[in-house]
Design a binder for this molecule. Structure first.
Ligand code: ADP
Ligand code: MG
Length: 460
């Protein structure tokens, strides 16, 4: 090595540890590099021992060049990095701040505040065993498994996102189950953002904010579901409180798992620091399953429910219902119910007939753009044609923007197809409308109320 100072693998790695957090980001550093160990430095080949196969892939795919560049700068000559997975015992111990706090909160106090703010119960069906893995959710599943096995040490923040009905809640609760089973001393709290805000509001009302904070900050694993509601419900106060809790847990090396219907950058939140922290976590999406995964899910589900139904029929259902797993399950249950009630012969035609109203994809499984448009038109006393027309008079524009907003929120149509529906507008108009209404919701409580009501009516 050119630099005499960095002649040994340990010196080189020690020097790298100083600068790597800025280069690869805090989360990757904390999750994978902090505990990694230098194994060998031969010529210019440097072998690093990393904690898991997952870490190896993660670093190889995203950070290998940065790592090599950083080491090369320190060694003052090119370095080739090789990664090898090493057993836990061989890893560097985590520094103190990552360990649980030395002085736990007094048990009685915690128990008292806990009972005041119980965690929502976990659904026993949402286990890893019942979760079917396919290419659509492989990454999310892998990340969730790692988190479950080593909460608070592999990655501090896991951010799961997908459209509705694709398994976020299931996966998140599976983590909770796993930790409760294998590390019962861990305090696991699962809560929807909506419920979190409700707790906050009642705590503020009853002058119990201190207890509220203590409760949430005493958890070891915090599972926050549907975080997108945080902005929609109460605005800044709840966001701030969520951010503080998040930070308190983050800084003490606790495990945080967040589920959302969109990636962090699209979250309608105002707190930029919260957004950037969320973005630094492991962000994993779940996509609609392909037909084979859908079939596997149906088989598993049928087995779990103890119903015997032929593979052909399951295949038929899997082929017809494309994206939302909840809808897929609904269709299966309907077919099972019919079959057992009327002992009908399940020919393909019979099955198709039964699931016809599920089968047109997710947009009708939720609510159609047509219904949304009719509803909005009626509310504002304009016609559907006017909403689709190029006209830009104030009343019509407002109504159209709301319809577009709701179409984006309540259906799975793409920006393009929403634009096409509303008189061939392009996707930037759809984004503009969406943003306009989102801003209005933030500023104007009446608007929030109106949109909330429309959403409830339409999706109910
Ligand atoms: P989300 O929270 O994303 O809206 P859920 O986790 O509630 O979705 O999933 C909807 C339904 O689909 C649940 O009943 C869940 O058990 C089931 N489900 C989702 N993904 C899978 C999967 N990969 N394997 C088995 N069941 C799944
Ligand atoms: Mg959910």
């Amino acid at each position: 090595m050119a630099s005499a100072l960095l002649a040994s693998k340990s010196d080189l790695w020690e020097a790298a540890l100083e600068v790597l957090p800025q280069k690869v980001g805090r989360v990757t550093f904390d999750s994978f590099l902090r505990t990694s160990v230098p194994l060998e430095l031969e010529g210019t080949a440097f072998t690093l021992g990393v904690p898991s196969e997952f870490a190896r892939t993660w670093i190889t795919e995203r950070h290998l060049r940065t790592l090599e560049r950083c080491l090369a700068e320190l060694a003052e000559e090119p370095v080739q990095v090789r990664l090898a997975v090493v057993p836990v015992e061989a890893l560097r111990p985590l520094p103190r701040t990552q360990a649980p706090p030395a002085v736990p909160a007094p048990v009685r106090d915690v128990a008292a505040t806990r009972s005041a703010f119980p965690s929502q119960p976990l659904n026993p069906k949402y286990s890893f065993d019942n979760f079917v893995v396919g290419t659509c959710n492989q990454f999310a599943h892998a990340a969730a498994t790692q988190v479950a096995k080593a909460p608070g040490s592999t990655y501090c923040v896991l951010f799961l996102h997908s459209k509705v009905g694709l398994g976020k809640t299931h996966l998140m609760q599976a983590i909770g189950h796993y930790v409760q089973a294998y590390q019962p001393q861990f305090q696991v709290v699962y809560i929807s953002a909506e419920q979190f805000v409700n707790h906050l509001i009642s705590a503020i009302r009853d002058n119990r904010t201190e207890g509220f904070r203590q409760h949430y900050r005493s958890v070891d694993m915090w599972l926050v579901d549907d975080i997108q509601f945080i902005a929609a419900i109460e605005g800044q106060t709840s966001e701030e409180e969520l951010f503080h809790t998040f930070n308190a847990l983050y800084e003490t090396g606790k495990q945080i798992v967040i589920a959302s219907d969109c990636p962090p950058r699209q979250l309608q939140i105002m707190n930029e620091r919260l957004r950037s922290r969320l973005q630094q976590g492991i962000v994993a999406d779940l996509r609609p399953p392909d037909v084979d995964t859908r079939l596997a899910i149906l088989e598993k589900k049928a087995q779990a429910e103890g119903v015997s139904i032929s593979r052909d029929v399951l295949k038929r259902i899997a082929q017809q219902i494309e994206s939302n797993i909840r809808v897929l399950e609904g269709a299966l249950m309907k077919v099972c119910a019919y079959a057992s009630l009327y002992s009908v012969d399940l020919t393909p035609q019979v099955v198709d007939g039964m699931i016809a109203d599920y089968a047109t994809g997710i947009s009708t499984a939720r609510v159609s753009i047509d219904e949304i448009t009719k509803h909005v038109a009626a509310h504002f006393d304009v016609s559907v044609e006017q909403l689709k027309s190029p006209r830009r008079s104030r009343g019509i524009t407002d109504a159209r923007q709301i319809a577009i907003f709701l179409a984006r929120e309540l259906t799975d149509h793409s920006l393009h197809s929403i634009g096409t529906f509303f008189g061939g507008r392009d996707h930037s108009t759809v984004i503009h409308s969406y943003r306009k209404v989102s801003e209005a919701i933030e500023k104007d409580p009446q608007m929030l109320w109106l949109i909330n009501n429309m959403k409830t009516t339409l999706s109910g």
